[in-house]
Every structure is written in C-alpha cells, then in structure tokens.
Design a protein around this ligand. Structure first.
Ligand code: ADP
Ligand code: MG
Length: 373
C-alpha cells in the first residue's frame, strides 16, 4: 500500500514537472526530432503554388531549392486579364505533370519527400482549391506533414532561394499584380507590413495602362520593353498618401484622361508616342515605389533592402533600385527572375523554415482568398 502511495506521489511530481516545463520540453523534443532528421538524412519539402494563373511545383532540400517548375497559362491573354474559372481548369490540367517534372528534375521520387508545402492564400479561390487539394491528398496518402504558406510571405522569402541572401532585419518591397507592400522582415517567419497600397497594386497600374494602350496582358513586360526606346517626356501627378502607404488608382485615372484628351486632338497619338508614353508611365510608377522605400529606410534605419514580386522583373525598377542603393549605402537584393513572378520555389523556402519551426497544419485546412499577413 505504501509503495502505491509512493508511486502516485512520484507520478504527481513528474506530471507537475512536465506541466511546468512543457514549453521547453516540447521545444527540446522538437529540436531533437530536427537533429535526428538531419543526421538521418536530408530534409526535402515538395511545394505547390496555384494562387493565380501559374501552376508551379518545387523541391527544396536542406534549404536549397533544387527544382522549380512552372506552367504559365496563356489562355488569359485574349481576355486582357485572368479569368478565374479558366485559371482553375488550367491548374487541374497542369498540376500533376508539373509536380512530376519537379520531382524528376530533382532526381528524386515521392518517397524522398518529408513534407508538402502549399499556398493557402491569398489568391483566387478556384485556383487555390486545386493546389490545396493536391497537397492534402499527397500528404494523406504518404502520411507526411502538411505546411500552409502565405503567398506574400513566400514572395519575401524568394530572397533565400539563391545567394546572395539578405541578413535580418531587412526591408522588402513586394510588388506584384495583386500586391504592393513594404515589409519589415525580422526572421524567416517573423514579418510585419509597414505600408501597402490603399487601392490598385503596382502591377495592376502597368497592366491597366497597357489595356488603355491596346497592349496584350500582362502588359508589364511589354511596357518595360517599349520604354527602352522612349523618354519620360509626359508627367503625371504624384499621389499624396500618408506614411508608407501607396496609391495607384489616381495615377491610372490621370493617364486615362491624358490619353483621352491627346487622342481627341490627334487620333494617332498613341501609335506615334507609344515608347515615350510607356517610358513616362514606367518612370512615374518606379518613382512612387522608390520614394516610399527610401522613406521606410530612413524611418527604420535599415539599409539591408530587397525587392520581390512580379514587378521586380522590371528593368528600370531594378536599375533605379541599384542606383538608389549606391546613393544611400544600401545593400540591395533582387531575386533571380524565376523567383520574382509566381513560383513554387519561394513557397518551398517558406515551407522549409516552417518545417524547421514545426509549424504544420492538419487535413481540415482550407484555402483562403483573403489571408491576413
Ligand atoms: P501576382 O502574384 O499578383 O499575380 P506576379 O508576382 O505573378 O503577380 O506578377 C505579375 C505582375 O508583374 C503583372 O502585373 C505583370 O504585368 C508584372 N510584371 C512582370 N514583368 C514585369 C516587368 N518587366 N515590368 C513591369 N511589370 C512586370
Ligand atoms: Mg504573386
């Protein structure tokens, strides 16, 4: 009887200890799990991206992206923008071949994968559903963990897909077709938005201007090319927005009014001045972006600065960003082109660091069209 009492007393003490130290115990067990995994073999994560009109799959092994395959949907070009219903149908067609290609490029087979990362949001719901369902099915059938990734976190983490990598803390200007924001990045999983657009995104400003000029979608790369043979001779009013936020809808309207007036006077105005119009619009957009980025650096005192997202492929932005950097003593970072537009390589980087942190999700996870940063 005495022995039984002693046993229960001991158990009580052990449980109390476990309860009191559970935070550290879980951390310790998790780190032990990581170390065992590292010793046992390499950690490989398969990542899937399907938030908009690119179907992409990538594999990261021990923090190095070893394959990154993307199928871009050209079906939208004739409509001047992404048609959500068509996008999700295209994802269905592309997703298996793209995953297959990423695994083959990596010289692996599915058995080597330790976890599946996927874009949970934000994005088009119909598009996200395809990637999320694929990720969940794979994880379930292989009995491996699932990792949900925020698309915009991943755009920032594209800086870690290849060398040179920024050191923490750094500022990231993320400019894409759907987003424009300045992010303070403290760590792989700790980031804060300092400013964002209150209306249109920078990529939208390029694409909508392109539509007014009769250019194909997406117009960003076309404007970039045409601007090279032009001069910034036309001037548009600069938006006055408080703090580190952006606005591009006023610029869009002033471009529209400017074109309407000019075409009324000369019906061939656009054809005759296409290069100069493109160069002027591009220079206005880049000026707005860099002015706020400079302000963010002044406020935070951070000189470690990167740009990311589809618009960071813009040659004038890249050149001006480097020039600003030299002027202000910044260390500047721009990911390689394949990691700028939507791609699974960046999802893989985000997924890998979440894996190391033990941030997994369960099979009940759903895609989110809007997702808090
Ligand atoms: P999202 O994820 O929001 O769909 P992406 O990151 O895929 O956006 O980027 C697509 C956007 O980038 C489009 O708006 C496109 O016009 C723009 N873009 C791509 N290349 C360039 C370029 N060279 N110059 C300007 N904009 C560009
Ligand atoms: Mg994107």
């Amino acid at each position: 009887m005495n022995l039984l009492v002693y046993y229960f007393k001991m158990m009580h003490k052990v449980l109390l200890l476990v309860y009191r130290w559970q935070k550290y115990l879980f951390f310790f067990i998790h780190q032990l799990y990581n170390i065992i995994n590292l010793l046992k073999n390499k950690i490989s994560v398969l990542a899937i991206e399907s938030s908009c009109d690119d179907t992409s799959a990538a594999i990261i092994t021990d923090g190095v992206v070893i394959s990154n395959r993307t199928a871009t949907q050209i079906v939208h070009q004739q409509y001047g923008g992404v048609v959500p219903e068509l996008a999700s149908r295209q994802h269905l067609i592309h997703i298996i071949p793209v995953i297959d290609a990423a695994i083959k490029d990596a010289g692996m087979d599915l058995q080597n994968i330790d976890a599946i990362a996927f874009t949970r949001g934000p994005g088009l719901l119909g598009s996200l559903i395809v990637g999320v369902s694929m990720a969940k099915s794979l994880a379930l059938s292989m009995d491996i963990p699932l990792i949900a990734v925020h698309h915009m976190h991943a755009h920032v983490l594209a800086h870690f897909a290849e060398e040179p990598k920024p050191s923490f803390p750094f500022l990231c200007l993320t400019v894409s077709g759907g987003h424009t924001q300045i992010v303070l990045v403290n760590d792989y999983t700790d980031m804060k938005v300092l400013g964002s657009t209150i209306d249109d995104a920078a990529g939208e400003a390029f694409d909508k201007t392109g539509k007014m000029l009769g250019l194909d979608y997406p117009a960003g790369p076309i404007i970039d090319k045409l601007a090279k043979a032009g001069k910034p001779v036309f001037h548009f009013p600069e938006p006055q927005v408080a703090g580190l936020n952006f606005s591009f809808s006023g610029l869009k309207t002033s471009i529209l009014y400017f074109l309407q007036k000019a075409v009324a006077e000369n019906p061939n105005f656009i054809q005759e001045n296409l290069n100069d119009i493109c160069c002027s619009v591009q220079s206005s957009i880049v000026h707005i972006l860099l002015k706020k980025l400079k302000k963010a650096s002044e406020i935070t005192g951070i000189k470690e600065i990167g740009i990311a997202g589809g618009v960071s492929a813009n040659s004038y932005l890249r050149q001006s960003f480097d020039e600003e950097g030299k002027k202000h003593g910044w260390n500047t970072y721009i990911p390689a082109f394949e990691y700028c537009t939507d791609n699974a390589g960046m999802i893989a980087v985000a997924g890998y660091y979440k894996f190391l942190n033990g941030e997994f999700c369960d099979q009940n996870v759903t895609p989110l069209a809007r997702m808090e940063f």
